[in-house]
Design a protein around this ligand. Structure first.
Ligand SMILES: [Zn+2]
Length: 233
């Protein structure tokens, strides 16, 4: 028996969709007729996300980052190009260097992988260029860190709580277009309920109605919880 030294583990969701788990962060792989779409590359730590993908498909892989926090960029260097919202590029280059290859996406862009399309939805707040990707035909939306049953990081310079709340309202206004929510952390999958739960908790946090608790891990923030949502803030 050989030890598994690759910290990426692909788990099949359906015939053409996989989630790739990596130390508490989740990437997604969607396989179309012409290419595959990878959302995020995890923390990295050890192993290769390309090696894991090569077990599944030999189609060319397009990498899109939901946002540019380091736990979503771990194996970005395995790709020639990373696509992300234009408002995220400065944040990305801070982590990856000024000459890191990157291409901008914007609200309403359609990513077509052959027989399957994803629409770029700008949902700033967690970071300035956070995006969701909406697959209208299959009624799925991938929401990065913005929607989560786990604790959402809302402290630090990239975060903006009022903007975050506006983005959750935007997702709720679009909720006729999807049934299933694919998050980057915590319970998978989620439903509309979690978007409302995140918004309700964020509104209470903004209004000063939640009690600060000591965080269970060393982060320079307090923990705020309400029902099924929580924040480090
Ligand atoms: Zn994250």
């Amino acid at each position: 028996m050989t030890a598994n030294t690759n910290s990426y583990e692909a788990v099949r969701i359906d015939e053409n969709t996989y989630r790739i788990e990596n130390i508490g962060v989740r990437s997604y792989l969607f396989i179309g007729n012409s290419k595959a779409l990878l959302i995020d590359t995890g923390f990295g730590n050890c192993g290769s996300i390309i090696a894991e993908i090569n077990k599944i498909t030999d189609k060319p892989v397009m990498l899109v980052n939901s946002h540019a926090d380091p736990d979503h960029l771990g194996s970005n260097r395995e790709f020639d190009m990373a696509f992300m919202h234009s408002d995220e590029i400065a944040h990305y280059k801070k982590h990856m260097g000024e000459d890191a290859p990157v291409s901008p996406l914007t609200e309403g862009d359609i990513i077509d992988i052959g027989g399957r399309q994803f629409e770029v939805i700008h949902i700033p707040g967690h970071t300035p260029g956070s995006i969701a990707l909406l697959d209208r035909k299959n009624r799925i939306i991938m929401t990065g860190d913005t929607v989560s049953k786990g604790t959402v990081y809302m402290f630090g310079e990239m975060r903006n709580l009022p903007t975050y709340m506006e983005s959750l309202k935007k997702l709720i206004s679009m909720s006729d277009s999807f049934d299933t929510v694919y998050p980057s952390h915590g319970t998978f999958p989620l439903t509309h309920y979690q978007i409302s739960a995140n918004l309700e908790a964020a509104e209470k946090l903004a209004a000063g109605e939640l009690e600060a608790q000591e965080p269970p891990m060393p982060v320079p923030a307090k923990l705020y919880s309400y029902k099924d949502a929580s924040f480090f803030y």
